[in-house]
Design a protein around this ligand. Structure first.
Ligand SMILES: [Zn+2]
Ligand SMILES: [Zn+2]
Ligand SMILES: [Zn+2]
Length: 459
């Protein structure tokens, strides 16, 4: 696995960039779903919500019948077995005994939650790199890490848990921390963030785009350190730049500020260029009736054909064609209102409401996310499950039963197939099982249902 620029895989070439330092371009055509780069982690840190639920070294989950054992030194690190504890001990021992008093200190307690997370990430970083005899991989990672551009200066000096006596850190802490803030990735399993991590070569190579042609996924295996894989989301032609998202492109109103404050650049991707031509995004209407009208207008724009068809559902609209009366759907609060309503109605069993709101969510997603973006696939899977639940519910509802069921089954199949196409490109990530397994189960259920109702033969 490569850790430095002189070990690049054959499909990537580094070229100079007009505004960023360099850009990674495809050296040859890359097909969708290909792993462009696989890199080892240098540092990982579990989020507090995953603490005690996952191994602090390999990040595997205790949900899969793995019993975690607590470190007796600090009583705040958990391991899936002695192998992970031993592998982690080389760095963990440098702060294990001092961690409890550091986390109880006023200076740590005064920090906001995200700053506490940074302080712990810094602690891991210092512990990982303070060695007089680093492994070959660690030495290459560190030199790649130190070659990264520093982010904007900190407001207050960053802190970390003191290391045990006799641990020499060869780099100044400020020089380290100013690079970790803008070069750490959210590690996710089934697209749920569980940890943060530093992967220096991926940071060195890939620039950001809000319409990326590649994305990161994580390999979590019991007893092994976490790896990152960069996957092509669509065909990338030779000489085309390979970009990944640094932040969720759905943060349309706030992302530009995040780029400037955290990363020190402004994004000039086609999506940001379009948003900048709007000046400000108009406010949302106040009344529920006006919002419902807006939802309908957006659906009509994105899904002009009244027939749901697997091939055309996702290709009906693009951001630059969005008419002026619909610009307000780009407000972040518009999407959060819809996703809240979708999860509430699908959990409450109001499946028809959920399917309608879910279609509006899908419309926003295909406007703001690029082709095959995994969030679109995950949402389509939720839509397919909702349509299937609605099919089951029609068993108890005799009014227009057959008709409703046929149309719901069709929707469930369309959404499942579309979800499958997208999530197969992104591939399996994180914990075992996950969305691809759910898609396979749903396929079987839908197939069995189809055999029961032979009049419905569109699939
Ligand atoms: Zn483990
Ligand atoms: Zn410990
Ligand atoms: Zn952008």
């Amino acid at each position: 696995m490569p850790s430095s620029l002189d070990e690049l895989p054959a499909c990537i070439r580094l070229e100079t960039h007009a505004t960023a330092r360099d850009k990674a371009v495809a050296a040859s055509d890359i097909s969708p779903g290909s792993v462009v780069l696989e890199v080892p982690s240098m540092v990982v840190l579990l989020l507090s919500s995953s603490k005690g639920r996952r191994c602090d070294f390999c990040l595997c989950s205790s949900a899969s019948e793995i019993r975690l054992a607590k470190c007796t030194g600090c009583a705040s690190y958990w391991y899936c077995g002695s192998q992970c504890q031993t592998l982690h001990w080389g760095s963990h021992k440098k702060f294990c005994k001092r961690l409890a008093s550091f986390m109880a200190s006023v200076e740590f307690q005064c920090l906001e939650a995200h700053e506490q997370l940074d302080a712990l990430l810094h602690t891991h970083l210092v512990a990982e790199i303070s060695s007089n005899a680093p492994s070959d991989v660690r030495a290459k990672q560190l030199s790649t890490f130190m070659s990264l551009l520093p982010g904007p200066p900190h407001d207050s000096p960053p802190i970390a848990c003191p290391m045990s006596v006799g641990v020499d850190v060869h780099q100044s802490l400020e020089v380290l921390f100013i690079r970790s803030q803008n070069n750490n990735f959210a590690i996710h399993s089934h697209l749920d963030t569980i940890a943060h991590g530093i992967f220096p070569l991926a940071s060195r190579l890939f620039n950001h785009s809000c319409l990326p042609n590649a994305a990161a996924r994580y390999v979590i295996r019991q007893g092994q350190s976490v790896r990152m894989e960069i996957v092509a989301l669509r065909e990338i032609k030779a000489t085309e730049e390979i970009c990944i998202p640094y932040v969720d492109p759905a943060l349309i109103e706030s992302r530009q500020q995040i780029f400037e404050l955290t990363y020190g650049f402004s994004c000039t991707c086609p999506s940001c260029n379009f948003i900048s031509t709007l000046g400000s995004i108009p406010p949302l209407p106040g009344s529920e009736a006006a919002l419902a009208k807006l939802d309908n207008a957006l659906q009509t724009f994105c899904f002009p054909s009244p027939d749901i068809d697997d091939h055309t559902l996702l290709v009906g609209c693009s951001l630059p064609d969005l008419p002026e009366n619909l610009h307000r759907v780009l407000r972040e609060s518009y999407l959060s209102r819809l996703t809240d309503a979708f999860s509430k109605s699908s959990h409450e069993g109001s499946y028809h409401v959920a399917l309608n709101v879910g279609l509006t969510v899908l419309a926003v997603y295909i406007l703001i996310y690029p082709e095959n973006y995994p969030q679109i696939g995950m949402h389509l899977l939720e839509m397919a499950k909702t349509a299937w639940n609605a099919v089951i519910a029609t068993e108890y509802d005799s009014t227009h039963k057959a008709l409703a069921k046929t149309s719901l089954l069709k929707r469930a199949r369309v959404y499942r197939n579309l979800a499958n196409n997208i999530l197969e490109v992104f591939g399996p990530e994180g914990d075992p099982a996950g969305p691809l397994e759910e898609l396979a189960v749903l396929k079987k259920l839908l197939h069995e249902e189809l055999l029961k109702s032979p009049q419905d033969d569109d699939q």
